[in-house]
Design a protein around this ligand. Structure first.
Ligand code: ZN
Length: 326
C-alpha cells in the first residue's frame, strides 16, 4: 500500500554543499518525520542506521518519512567529525547562514528545507572514536509542549536509556527544532567509528518504534522500558577535565553510579606513575567516558549525569511515571 522511495538532491546554490534526501510518502495524512544521520561525518553507526531505513521493507500507513543518511557529506568523505575545509561543526552551526562558510550554508539548507516543515526530527549520532557514551535517546525537557512530545518519543525509541536536558546549547539541530516548536530527539551509542550489527538494529528498530508511536507503522512489540533515565544539561558543565597531560586510565565503566568527588580515573606517565587523579564532578551515572589514553591537559574525560527524579514538576512527569511504572 505504500509507494516507493524517491530521492531528491538539495544544494545550497551553485557549487554549494548539498544533501540527498530519500522520501517515502504514504499518500495519507499524518506526520512528516525527518531522520538525519551523519550530522557528524564520522559517526558511521548513525549514518548506516539511518540509511538502511531506506532499503528495508517499511509499510508506512500514514504521513511521510524523509531520511538523510549523510547530512555533512564533506565531513563524511574526510572521515571527520567536522568539515575539512572550514573546520565547521554542523551540530553547532544551526540555524546557519546562506552567505556563510560551507558548513553554515549547509546548516541553513538543512534547517530551511528539511527541519522547517517537519513535524518530528530524529538526529542519529554516535560517540566519537575517542569517547564512549551509552546507547540512549535524548532530547530537551524544558516543560514546553513540543519538548514533552519529544520526551515521549525518546521513550518510544526504546534504547533502554533516556537522557533529557533542561536546556540545550546553541547551534544544534535540536536547538533549531525547539525554536520552530518541533518535537526532536537525538541518539548516541558507544563504539564511535565502528559498525556493529546489533547496534544498527537498535538504530533502525528505534526509528521504527518512533514511527509506530506516531501511528505511521503498525505497532510491533512494545519498546523496551527505560532501565535508566538521566536528566541534566548533558553539556560540558558536568564533565571532569584532566588536570595534566598524559595517559588516561579510567577506573569506572559507563553507567557506573559514582559519588561527587569519587576517584574515577587517573593520568599516568609512560612508567605508570600517577600524574593526576580524576574525580567525579557530581553524583550520578557515568554517561561519557574517554576511551583513548593520550590526553592533553583540559581534556573532558568523564561526564556524569544524575538520574531523573520522578517529579520535576513538568508535564513529562506523567510520561516518566508511565514509562517506568509501565
Ligand atoms: Zn555527533
Amino acid at each position: 500500500m505504500t509507494g516507493a522511495w524517491s530521492s531528491e538532491r538539495l544544494t545550497a546554490g551553485d557549487g554549494g554543499p548539498g544533501v540527498t534526501v530519500h522520501e517515502l510518502d504514504s499518500g495519507r495524512d499524518g506526520p512528516s518525520v525527518l531522520v538525519l544521520g551523519g550530522v557528524h561525518g564520522n559517526e558511521v553507526g548513525g549514518i548506516v542506521g539511518a540509511g538502511r531505513l531506506t532499503t528495508g521493507p517499511l509499510d508506512l500507513r500514514a504521513g511521510r518519512l524523509r531520511v538523510v543518511p549523510v547530512t555533512h557529506e564533506a565531513a563524511f568523505e574526510a572521515d571527520s567529525r567536522t568539515g575539512p575545509g572550514d573546520g565547521g561543526n554542523l551540530a553547532r552551526s544551526f540555524p546557519g547562514d546562506p552567505a556563510g562558510t560551507p558548513t553554515q550554508r549547509l546548516a541553513a539548507l538543512v534547517g530551511d528545507r528539511l527541519i522547517r516543515g517537519s513535524d518530528v526530527l530524529v538526529d542519529l549520532h554516535t560517540s566519537t572514536p575517542a569517547t564512549d557514551m551509552p546507547f540512549f535517546a535524548g532530547g530537551l525537557d524544558d516543560g514546553g509542549p513540543a519538548a514533552t512530545t519529544g520526551v515521549a518519543l525518546a521513550v518510544a525509541f526504546g534504547a533502554g536509556i533516556v537522557w533529557t536536558h533542561g536546556s540545550l546549547g546553541p547551534g544544534r539541530t535540536l536547538t533549531l527544532a525547539r525554536e520552530l516548536g518541533i518535537p526532536a530527539i537525538y541518539v548516541e551509542s558507544p563504539g564511535g567509528g565502528v559498525l556493529d550489527r546489533a547496534r544498527l538494529d537498535g538504530y533502525t528498530g528505534g526509528v521504527r518504534n518512533v514511527l509506530a508511536h506516531l501511528g505511521m507503522l503498525a505497532a510491533e512489540a512494545p519498546p523496551a522500558r527505560p532501565g535508566l533515565w538521566l536528566h541534566g544539561d548533558g553539556d560540558t558543565d558536568s564533565f571532569t577535565v584532566t588536570p595534566a597531560a598524559g595517559l588516561f586510565l579510567p577506573e569506572v565503566a559507563l553507567l557506573d553510579r559514582v559519588e561527587r568527588g569519587q576517584r574515577v580515573g587517573s593520568v599516568l606517565d609512560p612508567r605508570g606513575r600517577e600524574l593526576a587523579v580524576v574525580a567525579a564532578p557530581e553524583a550520578g551515572h557515568v554517561a561519557t567516558l574517554q576511551r583513548s589514553a593520550v590526553v592533553a591537559a583540559g581534556t573532558p574525560v568523564v561526564g556524569v549525569a544524575p538520574a531523573r527524579p520522578p517529579v520535576l514538576g513538568r508535564p513529562s512527569d506523567a510520561v516518566y511515571a508511565r514509562a517506568v511504572a509501565g
